[in-house]
Structures are given as structure tokens and as C-alpha cells.
Design a protein around this ligand. Structure first.
Ligand code: RIB
Ligand code: CA
Length: 305
């Protein structure tokens, strides 16, 4: 059976790294491109980090760098991942910046109309720019799966907003309003699924164990500082796992809009959960995940040679 064709838009990022490793090692996907965006760190760093991750996998997936900043705002980076965005990784190469991520998203979607799924693991700037460049691609996209948002839980960047949406709420607003099937993997689900450093020891006999452990030591220290939990929260790997096994999740079609005007609630994903009132459903929001299934499959796939 033909492999599912995907584009991974990402701001590596320790959890992005695990998500990319999971999908590449699964053997289930034809990854047409990794497109990078600034978020966890600068575009230079996230692109170098993407190269490092693909080199770990001996992957030939092409990398196309994209936005160095949000559509209309200054870049606000994450703190959890360290200065480089992938603390603990022995980055030796400087990956050239092609700066054409949005163009490549348009090109790839038009090459495979109806067949491309876009997995968005960072701020949505590249995807929004692609829609602005050529809105005809919107109905050609099979599905957009996003790690982002916070529906009924506090934010992780301000009081109410999740980081990816907070960084570029204007881009998120464009994507949330676009007439393309969308799935949102929010903090409501991700906050509950994490690996302790010891859990990663189950990968001890693999060639990825040492680089992964070296990265996770730093990621877990970052999470401990800000989320007060000594573990690797599996934000992006969960969004990636949705592509592998959507049956491991429950979800609900909702009417969700993005706050772009207020500074206090910038980036809030505001779901209309009232019983009454006209709704305009626009995104399938994941409500729960089968934690054991995810852990089982994550480890099984990462243990593969
Ligand atoms: O809020 C978590 C998200 O922000 C993840 O994608 C993580 O990599 C950071 O980008
Ligand atoms: Ca990310």
C-alpha cells in the first residue's frame, strides 16, 4: 500500500525531534519535506536542529527553511529547549537557509492534490504564508494536524495560550479559518502524557539511545523549571502519533477561534462550548488519548533497527 504523503512543519525542539524520529522510523510515511519555522529557537537553530535529527536517521528527506518571525509580530522564543532549541544535541553542521518553506508547501500540495497531510508542530507562520501565496491549495490538502491550543486548561506561554498559537496568533487565525480538515492536539491532552528519563532507558539497546538521552536530560530540566514536572512532555510526538493511530484518541468537532487582538489573552484558542447558540465548527479537537497504546507503539517503533 502506498505510504501516506506528509509534510512536517516544525521548530525543533526536543519534542519535535522525537516526533520526527517516530514518523521517519515508522516506515509508514512518504515524508515529502521537513519545513522549518522559528519558534522554540531562531530559524537558524531550528533548521540546524532539523538537519541534526535527519542525520541521526540517515534520512534523505529534504529540509526547506521558512519564517524567521511571525507574520506581524516579533519572535518570542521558548525557554524550555535551551538557547539552541535542542540543548544536549552535538550540533556540528550549519544547514543553509533556503527560505522557501511556504513556496515548497504550495508546490508539494499542487503536485499531489488531495494526498498531502500537513503535520504542524510549531507556530503556523509557514502554513499561513502558503495559504496567502496561493489560496487554491487549501481545498487540495487532505488534512492539517496541529499540536497546539489549550481548550479547558491554562496556557503554557501566557495565562491562556499554548506556545505555538501564542507565537503567531495571526497565522493561527488564518489557518483556523481555512476551509481544510483540521485536527488540534491541545495541552488538555498533551499535559498528561510524558516520559521520565528512566523510561527512555527502554531504548538502551538502540543506536539512538545516547543522542536521545543526551537531549532528554536537558529537555526534562527545562520542563521541570516551567511545568514543575520532571519528565519529557510528549506534545509533538502525540500529534505525530495521531497520524499513525487516530483510533487511540477521542475527538470532537468544535467551533474554535483564535484571539489576536488582546495582549492579555493573545493566542487563546477560544472554543464555543455553550449548549446554545449558532456554531461554526472548524476544527476537530482531540479530547483524550490512550496513553498505554501511545507508549507501546512509540517504544516499539523507536526500537526498530
Ligand atoms: O506548547 C508545546 C509546543 O511548543 C510544542 O510544539 C513544543 O515543541 C513547542 O514548540
Ligand atoms: Ca514544536
Amino acid at each position: 500500500m502506498r505510504k501516506r504523503r506528509i509534510i512536517i512543519d516544525t521548530d525543533p525542539g526536543h519534542d519535535d525531534a522525537l516526533a520526527i524520529i517516530l514518523l521517519e522510523k515508522s516506515g509508514l510515511f512518504d515524508v515529502r519535506a521537513i519545513t522549518t519555522v522559528a519558534g522554540n529557537s531562531t530559524i537558524e537553530n531550528t533548521t540546524n536542529n532539523a538537519r541534526y535529527i535527519l542525520d541521526l536517521l540517515d534520512s534523505v528527506t529534504p529540509i526547506f527553511s521558512g519564517a524567521a518571525a511571525p507574520l506581524q509580530r516579533e519572535l518570542i522564543r521558548a525557554d524550555v529547549h535551551g538557547e539552541s532549541g535542542l540543548a544536549g544535541a552535538d550540533i556540528k553542521k550549519s544547514e543553509p537557509l533556503s527560505g522557501n518553506a511556504a513556496d515548497k508547501i504550495v508546490e508539494i500540495v499542487k503536485t499531489y492534490p488531495g494526498e498531502i497531510t500537513i503535520l504542524a508542530l510549531g507556530p503556523l507562520t509557514n502554513l499561513a504564508r502558503a495559504f496567502q501565496k496561493d489560496e487554491t491549495i487549501v481545498p487540495m490538502i487532505q488534512e492539517v494536524v496541529m499540536m497546539g491550543g489549550a481548550i479547558a486548561v491554562p496556557g503554557n506561554k501566557n495565562r491562556v495560550a499554548e506556545f505555538n498559537i501564542f507565537v503567531d496568533p495571526d497565522a493561527a487565525n488564518i489557518v483556523f479559518r481555512a476551509a481544510v480538515p483540521k485536527v488540534l492536539m491541545p495541552l488538555d491532552v498533551c499535559n498528561h502524557i510524558f516520559f521520565t528519563l528512566k523510561k527512555f532507558d527502554e531504548l538502551k539497546n538502540t543506536n539512538l539511545y545516547k543522542p536521545i538521552k543526551d537531549m532528554m536530560i536537558h529537555y526534562i530540566q527545562g520542563v521541570l523549571r516551567f511545568e514543575k514536572i520532571e519528565a519529557a512532555i510528549m506534545y509533538d510526538p502525540l500529534a505525530a502519533y495521531y497520524l499513525i493511530n487516530s483510533n487511540a484518541f477521542t475527538a470532537e468537532l468544535m467551533d474554535v477561534q483564535v484571539e489576536t487582538q488582546s495582549e492579555l489573552t493573545r493566542g487563546m484558542t477560544v472554543a464555543d462550548r455553550r449548549i446554545w447558540g449558532e456554531k461554526h465548527p472548524n476544527v476537530t479537537v482531540v479530547l483524550s488519548a490512550d496513553r498505554n497504546l501511545f507508549i507501546r507503539d512509540f517504544l516499539k517503533i523507536l526500537k526498530r533497527d
